[in-house]
Design a protein around this ligand. Structure first.
Ligand SMILES: Nc1ncnc2c1ncn2[C@@H]1O[C@H](COP(=O)(O)OP(=O)(O)OP(=O)(O)O)[C@@H](O)[C@H]1O
Ligand SMILES: [Mg+2]
Length: 141
């Protein structure tokens, strides 16, 4: 497991932009952590690596937002409102996995249908330091 600390939203985005450089089609990234812990900011950083700055739309009321850069599709999911993985299955969610790079906020909700090979990024807030986040990265094969 790799551990990092960021001290601002900007640092998290920069870190995510760097992280994104090694991503390729078929990669599934689960983003887990409390409300407001930085999952969406991380996705913003990932998108900026693909030249998709300031293009993020809030996935609050949609389960998935799609982005495209050249021939790379990027799918940003927020499954917070899903009851369980059956609902994800019902919207054809699994079909996205091999078609692009998938970033899934609250992905632990659909844990039982995630591909075995995925990356989990966990965000932890700090009680006394408002802008500090601990970011843990785990690679599952
Ligand atoms: N180090 C940091 N990294 C990321 N965001 C930070 C940091 N410090 C402060 N913030 C603030 O925390 C908030 C993170 O919001 P964000 O929407 O990314 O959270 P989220 O994990 O996606 O929440 P939700 O579960 O509601 O979707 C933003 O308001 C951001 O400005
Ligand atoms: Mg979010």
């Amino acid at each position: 497991m790799e551990k990092y600390i960021t001290n601002s939203e900007e640092e998290t985005k920069k870190f995510a932009k760097e992280f994104a450089k090694k991503l390729k089609v078929g990669d599934v990234i689960v983003l887990t952590g409390d409300l407001g812990s930085g999952k969406t900011k991380f996705v913003e950083g990932v998108l900026s690596n693909f030249g998709l700055e300031n293009e993020i739309s809030s996935p609050t009321f949609t389960i998935v937002n799609e982005y495209k850069k050249d021939d790379i599709n990027i799918y940003h999911f927020d499954v917070y409102r899903l009851e369980d993985s059956d609902e994800f299955y019902a919207i054809g969610g699994e079909e996205y996995f091999e078609k692009g790079i998938c970033l899934i906020e609250w992905g632990e909700i659909i844990e039982n249908i995630l591909p075995k090979k995925h990356i989990t990024v966990t965000f932890k807030r700090n009680l006394d330091e408002e802008n500090k986040r601990e970011i843990e990265i785990e690679y599952f094969n």
